[in-house]
Ligand binder design. Structure first.
Ligand code: 6AU
Length: 275
């Protein structure tokens, strides 16, 4: 599985999903392949971080269900928060990715994605799902995405093909079967790529956007099984977007670190594309 040497700009004009084209266009225009993972409990801090880091990222990833309920005094506050995320995304030209990791039958994920307290489908451009239930999960989520404003022009799905954590089952044959699942009819124009550690099998006419978590320039892992690689290693291995959480949000100077990861990710991409 060899990494693509095409530029983001080339891929932006040919990518098989509308949201993939949008994302690759942003990456090429802003010269960044950095996704920041906003894993911090305070919504105020998330918004203020994004206001500062926005110019350096193509994507902002959230775990909205990890924000303590005490941070919101009403459902209206939740909606205010997601509206602020959308406003910042517009202002600084990046997309939103709610890292929900759906993992149930199609009928259940449909309700989880479209309703519930967070109404993820209303505001997040991208979300992700495990392949473990089979392809009904792709079809169920698609039904919801087709029903929101702009439909699949504005929504995209990633499947988790590989995970970064120690002992994961998501690797090897599991990864390959997940890629096969993304070739199904219900995935067309909807599944834009994968969460994976490097290049995945890509056939004629396919173009998967690979996003890679487990990226850190300072440490090799954490106490709970996370494993880190450098931006250079993952991008040269076929990753299109580096996902960085604590490396940026837990740093003393998050803006400085965002610039450092942006530069490292972009340099590695230029090397891969031979530019
Ligand atoms: O850089 P970190 O370790 O602070 O944060 C990594 C982020 C976390 C994880 O929930 C997420 O990336 N993640 C994922 C995703 C994005 O789906 C998959 C995975 O295999 N490993 C991983 O860390 O928000």
């Amino acid at each position: 599985m060899s990494p693509s040497t095409d530029t983001y700009a080339q891929r932006a004009s040919t990518h098989p999903t509308p949201l993939g084209r949008k994302l690759l266009t942003i990456m090429s225009r802003k010269k960044t392949n950095l996704c920041v993972s906003l894993d911090t409990p305070s919504p105020v801090e998330i918004l203020s971080l994004l206001a500062d880091i926005g110019p350096y990222i193509c994507l902002a990833k959230t775990h909205i269900d990890a924000i303590p309920f005490t941070a919101f005094s009403s459902f209206e506050d939740v909606h205010q928060f997601t509206a602020s995320l959308e406003a910042l995304a517009k202002e600084h030209d990046f997309l939103l990715f709610e890292d929900r990791k759906f993992a149930d039958i199609g009928n259940t994920v449909k309700a989880q994605y479209g309703s519930g307290i967070y109404k993820i489908a209303d505001w997040s451009h991208i979300t992700n799902a495990h392949s473990v239930p089979g392809d009904g999960i792709i079809a169920g989520l698609r039904e919801v995405a087709e029903g929101v404003e702009g439909g699949l022009e504005n929504r995209g799905l990633l499947l988790l093909a590989e995970m970064s954590s120690k002992g994961t089952l998501a690797k090897g044959a599991y990864r390959d079967t997940t890629v096969e699942m993304a070739r199904g009819e219900k995935a067309k124009g909807w599944v834009m790529g994968f969460i994976a550690q490097g290049a995945v099998e890509t056939r004629e006419g396919e173009d998967w956007i690979v996003m890679t978590p487990g990226v850190n320039l300072g440490v090799k892992g954490d106490a709970l099984g996370q494993q880190y690689n450098t931006p250079e290693k993952v991008v040269l291995g076929g990753s299109d977007i580096i996902i960085v959480g604590r490396g940026i949000v837990a740093a003393a100077d998050p803006v400085k670190e965002a610039v450092r990861y942006r530069d490292a990710g972009w340099k590695a991409y230029q090397k891969r594309a031979g530019r």
